[in-house]
Write a protein that binds this ligand. Structure first.
Ligand SMILES: [Zn+2]
Length: 177
């Protein structure tokens, strides 16, 4: 598989090429900017070129679990990583699918597409809560959440609130094993 710039721009969704240390070395920047804008982000979209993709994760458990799963693919210990995850935007629940596979020269193609979008009531009156970055479940450490459950108003669009629930931590660990 060749990850030319033309191919990256032609792929649906977010397409990034990572080197063997998970540094972003190329991407389909047209869709990257559109996705950022659709998520309510202020222009321009953050530049990730030359950065470690996982460095943006605020949650240490998420960062380390995801890194281990990606490195297992980079090192050839697993053929690919395929997983569903949530990436809700303002007023919208978004179910995503991520595929990460090697694309030659020790590099990885990181490709996420949107499977479904569902309108959500906007969470204007609730404080930001910690949610699992993979499945969107609420962190039971938050007031009002008794267990890891689906949030009533969707995941707030705040990357800083990301965390990782036990079920998804086990899933990532399985991908890294
Ligand atoms: Zn989860």
């Amino acid at each position: 598989m060749v990850c030319s710039q033309d191919r990256l721009e032609s792929l649906d969704g977010i397409a990034l090429v990572l080197d063997s240390r998970l540094t972003v070395v190329a991407g389909g920047w047209g869709n990257w900017a559109r996705f950022w804008h659709d998520n309510g982000g202020a222009a321009p979209a953050p530049a990730v070129l030359g950065r470690d993709l996982t460095a943006a994760f605020s949650c240490g458990a998420l960062r380390s679990g995801f890194r281990a799963a990606l490195m297992a693919v980079a090192l050839g210990e697993r053929p690919a990583l395929r997983m569903g995850f949530r990436c809700d935007g303002p007023g919208v629940r978004r179910d995503m699918r991520l595929t990460v596979a090697r694309c030659g020269a020790g590099r990885l193609l990181y490709h996420s597409v949107t499977l479904a979008e569902t309108a959500l009531p906007r969470a204007l009156d609730v404080a930001p809560v910690s949610c699992c970055a993979v499945c969107g479940a609420l962190d039971p450490a938050d007031p009002g959440a008794l267990d890891w459950v689906e949030g009533p108003s969707g995941r707030p669009p705040l990357p800083a609130s990301d965390t990782l629930c036990p079920r998804c931590a086990l899933g990532l660990a399985a991908h890294a094993a």
